[in-house]
Ligand binder design. Structure first.
Ligand code: NAD
Length: 316
């Protein structure tokens, strides 16, 4: 079994390193907070004095650090991973970091005969502790395949995303969408409560509706946007515009500012003025494709397969 090095034993790292240790990989650990390593050492891990030492003792080195600043310091700084890594060694960054940083690191490691992957994770501290994590991996596919059993030791949803940096791009996109959705939920729930509904009832209604099973993500995208096909509509843009303008009207009545909803309403109106009223409401996506100068197509995705995920994960 490979010897695994782990640097950064915080909220996420402690859980992931714990699951690697449970899977019986020999472990070498390091954290600037020495106390973070104590429990691992008690269970038989070796404590290293620097990232360079971790790398020199390991076949595969993981980092789970706060962000790009720490990743750069630990990878390239004095006594850093690059100094200690062996030829053939593999460095995997699990942090949420800058895609261009890992793309800059990769050739420096390659020059020493070592490999680099970026593999940010999603699932939170509890997911890290319970092996309920998505792992989004960028880098050479053959290296990914080689270390997949170690990734499987701490992640139950391990995805190969593409070349180096692809995992980090996926993770940033994932989180950015999450922040936008969170703001939209905040707007909706404040409007609902101010308009006289109990918070719990509102929450139940919202999560039990189509939104609660993320139908746009799982069902609509593969059926419409991925094919560039908005007919036949399952819900027309004209009806969607009516709904969102009723919500912003209610918000004006109750004096609730809705910045995201206001933007969504304006975009829906623009799409309507293009003459798209009788198309599926997801056609609004086309405006963003035009603005970004890119098309999001994946006609090979089977909408049936995509929506089956939902029936097995009703709360997803
Ligand atoms: P954390 O602050 O709890 O852990 C970071 C660890 O790195 C700490 O133990 C810290 O002592 C250590 N560290 C910092 N600088 C170091 C250095 N120079 N050398 C060695 N060790 C060093 O952070 P976290 O919540 O575990 O997050 C880690 C990464 O995972 C971040 O990039 C974060 O964005 C990402 N992430 C976090 C969550 C979450 O819910 N917490 C979820 C998904 C992804």
């Amino acid at each position: 079994m490979e010897t695994v090095g782990f640097i950064g034993l915080g909220n996420m790292g402690a859980g992931m390193a714990g699951n690697i240790q449970k899977a019986d990989y020999p472990l070498v650990v390091y954290d600037v907070r020495r106390e973070a390593a104590a429990a691992f050492v008690e269970r038989g891990a070796r404590l290293a004095a620097s990232p360079a030492e971790v790398a020199s003792l390991s076949d595969v080195v993981f980092t789970s650090l706060p962000g790009p600043k720490e990743v750069e310091e630990v990878a390239l700084g004095p006594q850093g991973i690059l100094e200690g890594i062996r030829p053939g060694g593999i460095y995997v960054d699990l942090s949420t970091s800058r895609p261009t940083l890992i793309r800059r690191l990769e050739p420096l490691f390659r020059a020493k005969g070592a490999h680099v992957l970026d593999a940010p994770v999603s699932g939170g501290k509890s997911g890290a502790a319970t092996r309920n994590l998505a792992v989004m991996v960028g880098g050479e596919r053959a290296i990914f395949e080689r270390i997949k059993p170690i990734l499987d030791a701490f992640g139950d949803k391990v995805f190969y995303a593409g070349s180096i940096g692809a995992g980090s791009v996926c993770k940033l996109v994932h989180n950015m969408i999450g922040h936008g959705v969170r703001q939209a939920i905040a707007e909706g729930l404040t409007l609902g409560v101010k308009a006289g509904v109990e918070a719990e009832a509102l929450w139940e209604c919202v999560r039990r509706g189509a939104l609660g099973r993320m139908s746009f993500l799982h069902e609509t995208l593969p059926r419409t946007v991925f094919r560039g096909q908005y007919e036949p509509p399952s819900f027309t843009l004209a009806l969607a515009y009516k709904d969102i303008s009723l919500a912003t009207e209610l918000a004006r009545e109750y004096q609730v500012p809705l910045p995201v909803a206001a933007l969504a309403e304006q975009l829906a109106l623009e799409a309507l003025n293009r003459g798209w009223g009788e198309l599926d409401s997801s056609v609004i996506f086309r405006l963003q494709e035009e603005a970004a100068g890119v098309e999001v197509r994946a006609p090979q995705v089977d909408p049936q397969r995509a929506s089956r995920f939902i029936s097995t994960h009703p709360e997803a």
